[in-house]
Design a protein around this ligand. Sequence first.
Ligand SMILES: *Cc1c(COP(=O)(O)O)cnc(C)c1O
Length: 461
Amino acid sequence: MKYISTRGGIAPISFKKAVMMGLAIDGGLLLPQTMPVVDEKTVAAWGRLSYPELAHAVLSLFIDDIPADDLRELINRSYATFSHPEITPLVQKGGVHILELFHGPTLAFKDVALQFLGNVFDYLLRESGEKMNIVGATSGDTGSAAIYGVRGKERINIFILHPHKRVSAVQELQMTTVIDANVFNLAIRGTFDDGQAIVKSLFNDIPFKQQYHLGAVNSINWARILAQVVYYIFAALKLTGQGGKVDFAVPTGNFGDIFAGFIARKLLPGRIRHLVLATNENNLLTRFVLQGDYSLGKVVQTSSPSMDIQVASNFERYLYFLYDEDAGRTKEAMTHFAQSGSLHFSESEQQKIRAAFLSASVSRQQTLAIIRDFHQVSGYVLDPHTAVGVSAGLDHLDPAVPMVCLATAHPAKFGAAVQQAIGRPPEMPESFRDLDKRESRCRVLDADLAQIKAFIEENAI
Ligand SMILES: *Cc1c(COP(=O)(O)O)cnc(C)c1O
């Protein structure tokens, strides 16, 4: 399996190279050159596998340059950190199926991908004898999942910038209580955007980037998407073992998670009917699905902060498929978008979009209402991101087709919104209870490029 760029500017590369490259060097995103075809017999056999076995079967279709036993070991190690024996269990509540993706070490779905990516990086660096300094900015969830993905790894140091006192108390503690020698938490006196801008400048400084072997863990890495394809297949096969179809409702920010669903839909022809794309008030992607209008708005703050995003960094991957794998057209469209901040789609393109996707945008009030109502009806507590997905899923519920709603975070991560909705704080999982008593380590710095750069130079591996 070789990988190409959505913008057509690179010669096909192997999986290993694609993981290390992250963003394609022509500015596009990496995708498989051809999509594997899976026959019904294979699909039927997949239905009998455990989560790690299924992950191995699916990932092997896309990874042919890591020996099978090594890949199995990487997968087993990645999911041994999950606290549930089924890794991503499916529970039936309130008329829908909730796919719980939050049993990893940081209690959000990003662990599914970042535990795997951390182990793949570690494996590839051992093989090449190289080292890597991961640098990233976070508004909360990605930072802790990335830190847990690489903590204690010999050939990797990680520097995560978060806005000082602007992430939730739990999110801050989740990051700063990881005191492994290779983990550096930097609290920046400024906003998330300031942190993001600094990280961007560091990556654009090519001599610096090369000298310190900077690595990224953002959601455009193909290995992250690939790891997420697995739970869609896992859930779909549980519910369609005897035939039939299933719909998925997915709370979306960067179009990453739902793009993994789109790939799963391609791999399992006829089994996944609709992907319900759920946005909060940052509804760029809902306007895209419903009106064929992909134009930038202003970011507003909601109770589901991990979806407070306007530019969906994985959107380009879907665009490439919408344009029938025409890289020239994709490049042209992305250039136009960079200049004008908008893209418009024809009636026939819109029909194609709506054959796969339904969509709804869910307001802050609706989010609180659904947390409250769902709890009343089923006794189950939703986190605000999951609630956005459940609300959109219930809007599009078809009694003849099971609706799987992705639960992307444990409610305890977003306790304030949950308390507002149901009048009491969510129950704290075991691993959270003593968080504020653990030793923590964090450095507070100004939002100043020179200071951050000096800190990294001093502490790089
Ligand atoms: C990151 C995140 C999302 C959005 O996922 P995308 O892949 O960016 O669409 C949803 N919910 C939670 C809890 C997240 O952390």
